[in-house]
Design a protein around this ligand. Structure first.
Ligand code: ADP
Ligand code: MN
Ligand code: MN
Ligand code: MN
Ligand code: MN
Length: 369
């Protein structure tokens, strides 16, 4: 028996029509509500707080640097807690609409050095060394919806759903759960101007995917984090939890990844497959360094997922292949046929920091580090 009843979900039970009365209140047309968003000390959680602006900013450069209590986010000591938020990119806010904005920030300690989980800075530095490569990234974000008791949403209270098979790209109430969140999130990402390129239901029931990209350079990290903020924020409205844990259910259930698709200008040109093969040869020599960068805990999270089964490669070995979903790197069949395009790195965990992952890729394939 499937149980789709929300358990202990106070947020979902609030009448959203009452909220609407207040959200519709007119305010001075120059007032902007800005949600500053950042990565906390865990490296995979997002935090946010709101600031009222009395002007309509055209660029993140017009926004004030702000601060927060880093001792409450595992990023500072209580006696010296002020941590700084530097606005890096702004997006239209699909939650509040109007001139209101979302602000992606990176974080700095009192002395101006980046916090331990600020991987944006390193990625920007790496990119500055290879501007002519015009590198693009596309990330497939897999995630799992949970009820308030931490069980995959829609799973039976006692026991498991029928084995995997019918759920991937499934349609129907016995195949997929809480598509409402997927639809709401897709529209919200489009409204925010993110380059969301698609969505699909995944192999494990209650697991879904969306893709962002291809995005040039730093924009992949900024857009991915805003898309994750929106996923958590929208799920909050529904009283459902979206987890990026890379292996939410152990055993014969697929884990969740963040496959990272990569191309340089030369890879996209005729004969680019040679460039792709050269990049793969470099990646073969730096496997361990990449595994360390591919989840927020230096490879510990990915240990549970990269078992060599369930469409993953072993965490211990590097492999590459055309159309092979059991390898570290996959060259899509269409790319092999055309002799140009991009490759897919299947190793990054769903909770990876895209800034870290893409920085590692740039350093290996462009900077030859
Ligand atoms: P899969 O078959 O692995 O499930 P998806 O369709 O889910 O593939 O995702 C493909 C990803 O590849 C998307 O994120 C897309 O943005 C990205 N992509 C497509 N072309 C390029 C390119 N030239 N460079 C980098 N990424 C690309
Ligand atoms: Mn306070
Ligand atoms: Mn995919
Ligand atoms: Mn997938
Ligand atoms: Mn993929």
């Amino acid at each position: 028996m499937m149980s789709s009843v929300l358990k202990n979900s106070p947020n979902a039970n609030i009448d959203k029509n009452v909220l609407k009365r207040y959200m519709d209140l007119p305010v001075n047309e120059n007032i902007v509500q800005a949600t500053y968003i950042w990565i906390d000390g865990t490296g995979d959680n997002v935090r946010c707080k709101d600031k009222t602006l009395d002007f309509i900013p055209r660029s993140e450069k017009e926004l004030p640097i702000w601060n927060y209590d880093g001792s409450s986010t595992n990023q500072a000591e209580g006696h010296n807690s002020d941590t700084y938020l530097h606005p890096r990119a702004i997006y239209p806010d699909p939650i509040r609409r109007g001139n209101n904005i979302l602000v992606m920030c990176d974080t700095y300690k009192f002395d101006g050095t980046p916090t331990e989980t600020n991987h944006r800075k390193g990625f920007v530095e790496a990119l500055s060394g290879c501007k002519n490569e015009d590198i693009w990234f596309g990330i497939e974000q897999e995630y799992t919806l949970l009820d308030m008791e931490g069980r995959p949403f829609g799973w039976p209270v006692n026991g498991y759903p029928a084995p995997q098979g019918p759920y991937y790209c499934g349609v129907g109430a016995d195949k997929v759960y809480a598509r409402d969140i997927v639809e709401a999130h897709y529209k919200a990402c489009l409204y925010a101007g993110l380059k969301i390129s698609g969505t699909n239901a995944e192999v494990m029931p209650a697991q879904w995917e969306y893709q962002v990209g291809p995005c040039p350079g730093i924009t992949i990290g900024d857009e991915m984090w805003i898309s994750r903020y929106l996923l958590h924020r929208i799920s909050e409205d529904f009283g459902i939890i979206a987890t990026l844990d890379p292996k939410p259910v152990s055993g014969q259930w697929n884990g969740a990844g963040a496959h990272t698709n990569v191309s340089t200008k030369k890879m996209r040109e005729d004969g680019g497959i040679k460039e792709i093969e050269a990049a793969i040869a470099k990646l073969a020599k730096t496997h361990e360094r990449h595994i360390k960068a591919y989840d927020p805990r230096g490879g510990e999270d990915n240990k549970r997922r990269l078992t060599g089964r369930l469409e993953t490669s072993s965490i211990h070995d590097f492999s590459a292949g055309v159309a092979n979903r059991g390898s570290s790197i996959r060259i899509p069949r269409g790319v092999a046929d055309e002799g140009k395009g991009y490759f897919e790195d299947r190793r990054p965990a769903s909770n990876c920091d895209p800034y870290s992952v893409c920085e590692a890729i740039v350093r290996t394939i462009c900077l030859n580090e």
